[in-house]
Write a protein that binds this ligand. Structure first.
Ligand SMILES: [Zn+2]
Length: 207
């Protein structure tokens, strides 16, 4: 049994958060967005890229700056293969425990390597003042429409596939993690997820 509220953010909640993108509909096109948080890491990201390439799908990687610094080859490969890069802070910090100035400084440090205006806050949480500062600095802030819970060890690949099948709609931003925690179930689910979405007529594009 899948309870919608855990997997799809209700429209009324999405409307409450001004300035945040949860879903991105494109005129005259059926699209969905695969997004991967917390990488890049050599144990997982290259396999994600191989799978995306095999199916001709594009994705957006919300990277932890520190990981991109450690693995510049992966950052380069992601760019080379036509995917988008997003900022997920320099070291996955909790905005609500910091001042806005500290938060922005950390994001700017990540930007020195990532060079992007796409941003997603770790844990999907930050202070209102931080959101405002990001928007004023020209960042687009992306949350998600579909949450796969792929980082949760209790979630099998079958369950992840079932969540995507049931909750994806036109313009959905779907969240995965290219992290060691999600590796097993996510990598197993990913080809099935892409096959399903493409059969349903979704074009998988970057944010
Ligand atoms: Zn994260």
């Amino acid at each position: 049994m899948l309870f919608p509220v855990f997997y799809q953010i209700p429209d009324f909640v999405q409307r409450l958060y001004r300035g945040i993108v949860w879903r991105k509909v494109v005129e005259n096109k059926k699209v969905a967005y695969l997004t991967f948080d917390d990488g890049p890491v050599p144990e997982v990201t290259p396999t994600v890229l191989d799978i995306l390439k095999q199916y001709g799908a594009k994705a957006t990687f919300f990277m932890v700056g520190e990981n991109a610094v450690k693995h510049p080859d992966l950052l380069e490969r992601i760019r080379q293969e036509g995917h988008a890069v997003g900022n997920h802070t320099y070291n996955h910090i909790k905005g609500w425990q910091l001042t806005t100035a500290q938060y922005m400084k950390n994001i700017r440090k990540a930007d020195e390597v990532l060079h992007t205006t796409l941003f997603r806050p770790p844990y999907g949480r930050m202070k209102h003042s931080e959101k405002k500062a990001l928007l004023q600095s020209g960042y687009s802030i992306y949350y998600w429409d579909v949450l796969t819970h792929d980082y949760n060890k209790q979630y099998s690949s079958e369950k992840i596939v079932a969540i995507v099948k049931r909750f994806t709609r036109n313009g959905s931003i779907i969240t995965f993690h290219d992290s060691i925690k999600s590796k097993d179930s996510m990598l197993k689910a990913l080809p099935q997820v892409i096959q399903f979405l493409q059969q349903e007529g979704y074009e998988l594009i970057t944010l």
